[in-house]
Ligand binder design. Structure first.
Ligand code: PLP
Length: 405
């Protein structure tokens, strides 16, 4: 069954958040320092608030050392920082059983997903098992699972890879089709929380309903952590993998949260190398900043900006919006668009459109966005939003797009 891709509620701009947003925006030096530019590429990497920059400076000038090794005060403080940040990640994700879960720091989502594949999935799967791979999601969430299949095949363990079914038109998973071969040995499902091209929340709770209580679900949360409340208690998934740099922390930071209740415990490499301690300091500060700002407010704000953009674009014949053309309202039983809108001009290539938009000060992503092989075959322009973006920026962008139409 395909559910209709329609808006089910009116979207009202959250004017009550305007003062809150003004205060937040003022905390991003790179944004306030460049009033002639508009940053619309937060899905690639997010800008950093002053509190994060300060935390990194303070760490590097007061306690910089290696972690898990020395016994002098700076080393102890660094080890303590790493352990406290593990707890902070659990708390940020609403972990209801932190004594059982594990948190492993990575350089980002790509590294995190590979770590789950290499250090956990290879020992979990047995001959004849099936895994579900979302081949129209980000390539970072496809390749590691296919590598696992190849690796196990070389050891004589045959793993069946099933492609995740998608609903045509919306980019959402087809959760009902996913449940069809019930009884097959679906042991593992790789899924994405918010799609990096179509911008939709992928309704992960329906994956659990479709595959039952025993399958392990690994969630690529690169586009949700830092943008909306992410609660592992509600999601009922086994791994949450995210990039610190998309959640306002430094590049080269990220984490894997592992529930540790289905299958063997996740035991990645351990202290075999030097962790990115400055990145971990930045992640702790970013999570504090996000909690203080309120991820539910960030979500309301960015969803409303995305709706403003889709509403405007839909009146311009020259543009096609990828995925569901509408921004579904909060509480939609169908699919909610988050702060990502991707579109094409019918006559101008995405590369040219990106250049033209930059000549007006807009920084957007324009290519195929690292989407997997079952995704879009031609490029597009992606606008992705964060708390520092404003409705005035969207209106200025729409004015330029209207001129080009
Ligand atoms: N998954 C999704 C959905 C993404 O959007 C991205 C980055 O754009 C990644 C994975 C890869 O993240 P990173 O480059 O931080 O490893």
């Amino acid at each position: 069954m395909t559910v209709a891709c329609t808006r089910d509620n009116g979207m009202v701009f959250p004017d009550d958040l305007r003062d809150w947003q003004r205060e937040l925006r003022a905390q991003f030096p790179i944004i306030t320092g460049h009033p002639e530019l508009t940053y619309l590429d937060s899905a690639a990497t997010a800008q950093k608030p002053q509190a994060v920059l300060d935390a990194v400076h303070t760490y590097l000038t007061t306690a910089n050392a290696n972690a898990g090794r020395g016994t002098y005060p700076w080393a102890n403080r660094t080890t303590d920082l790493v352990e406290r940040t593990r707890d902070r990640v659990r708390e940020f994700l609403g972990d209801p059983a932190p004594e059982r879960s594990g948190v492993h720091f990575t350089s980002g989502t790509t590294d995190g997903l590979r770590t789950v594949a290499r250090d956990w999935l290879t020992s979990y799967l047995a001959d004849g098992d099936e895994i579900v791979v979302p081949d129209a999601d980000h390539r970072a969430n496809i390749e590691p699972w296919l590598e696992t299949q190849r690796l196990l095949a070389r050891q004589g363990v045959r793993v069946h890879v099933r492609r995740m079914p998608y609903q045509p038109g919306s980019g959402d998973y087809d959760h009902l089709a996913l449940s069809e071969p019930a009884g097959r040995r679906t042991r593992f499902v790789a899924a994405t929380h918010v799609h990096h091209v179509y911008g939709g929340n992928m309704n992960v709770h329906r994956i659990r309903q479709a595959v039952g209580p025993d399958a392990v679900i690994c969630l690529d949360a690169a586009q949700s952590v830092g943008h909306l409340p992410v609660s592992v208690a509600d999601l009922d998934v086994d791994f949450v993998v995210f990039s610190g740099h998309k959640a306002l922390a430094l590049s080269g930071s990220g984490a894997v949260w592992a529930r540790q209740t289905r299958g063997p415990a996740f035991a990645p490499g351990g202290w075999s190398g030097t962790p990115n301690t400055a990145g971990i300091a930045s992640l702790a500060a970013a999570l504090d900043w996000l909690d203080a700002a309120g991820t539910h407010r960030i979500e309301r704000w960015t969803v409303a900006l995305a709706a403003r953009l889709t509403d405007g674009l839909r009146h311009l014949d020259a543009y096609d919006i990828l995925g569901c053309p509408l921004s579904l309202a909060a509480g939609s039983p169908v699919q909610q668009r988050q702060g990502i809108v991707t579109f094409r001009h019918r006559d101008i290539t995405s590369g040219d459109l990106g250049f033209i938009l930059f000549s007006h000060g807009f920084m957007v992503r324009s290519d195929n966005h690292c989407q997997g092989s079952a995704g879009e075959t031609t490029g597009s322009v992606r606008v992705s939003l964060h708390a520092y973006n404003t409705p005035e920026e969207i209106d200025r962008l729409l004015a330029v797009l209207a001129d080009l139409a």
